[in-house]
Design a protein around this ligand. Structure first.
Ligand SMILES: Cc1cc2nc3c(=O)[nH]c(=O)nc-3n(C[C@H](O)[C@H](O)[C@H](O)COP(=O)(O)O)c2cc1C
Length: 163
């Protein structure tokens, strides 16, 4: 059995999850940034991770997801500034699942990730975004050990589904 952990990460949060998932998966495996994946064929499962950008999937991850082969088993993971279980990260997963229409999505996992301070400062200046910026600030300790442990459990659950 062979797994690919493919991720897009700008400030390292999603990469931390990708590495935890890679460590937790007890099969033949590869860890590759989405933009460097040359060939998607031959994997029994592809874990695909991205940060939530503007309630959705950033471009580089989006291009990767659109190219997932028909019938490919895939598990999504993401990091996001807003609270776990909120509406914004949910929308991003829904978007990813829609893009992967021909693939077989086995599940998804998300947790919070520290938000770039420049972005928070810019949002703070706009009254319509100030409330979100305040919420985003409290993500600065994430992903933490607990999040990484949860992502490992998720990875093992996904592997169990294809055994
Ligand atoms: C341009 C931009 C847009 C973002 N939009 C959202 C958003 O809509 N919702 C959210 O919860 N977090 C948002 N975030 C926060 C990131 O999802 C979060 O910080 C993530 O952990 C970054 O992951 P990375 O370090 O792997 O790039 C945004 C961050 C950036 C830079």
């Amino acid at each position: 059995m062979k797994a690919l952990v493919a991720y897009y990460s700008e400030t390292g949060n999603t990469e931390k999850l990708a590495r935890a998932i890679y460590d937790a998966v007890n099969v033949e495996k590869e860890l590759i940034p989405v933009q460097d994946v040359k060939n998607m064929a031959g994997y029994d499962i592809i874990f695909c991770g991205f940060p939530v950008h503007a309630h959705s999937v950033p471009g580089k991850a989006l291009n990767f997801i659109k190219k997932l082969p028909a019938g490919q088993k895939v598990a999504f993971f993401s990091t996001h500034g807003s609270l776990r279980g909120g509406q914004l990260p949910k929308q991003a997963f829904e978007h990813a699942i829609g893009l992967a229409a021909k693939a077989k999505v086995l599940g998804h996992f998300g947790c919070r990730g520290k938000v770039n301070q420049t972005l928070i400062d810019a949002l703070m200046k706009k009254p319509e975004h100030a409330a979100w910026a305040e919420e985003a600030m409290t993500a600065h300790v994430h992903p933490d050990q607990h999040d990484l442990e949860d992502s490992k459990k998720f990875a093992q659950e996904m592997i169990a589904k294809i055994r």
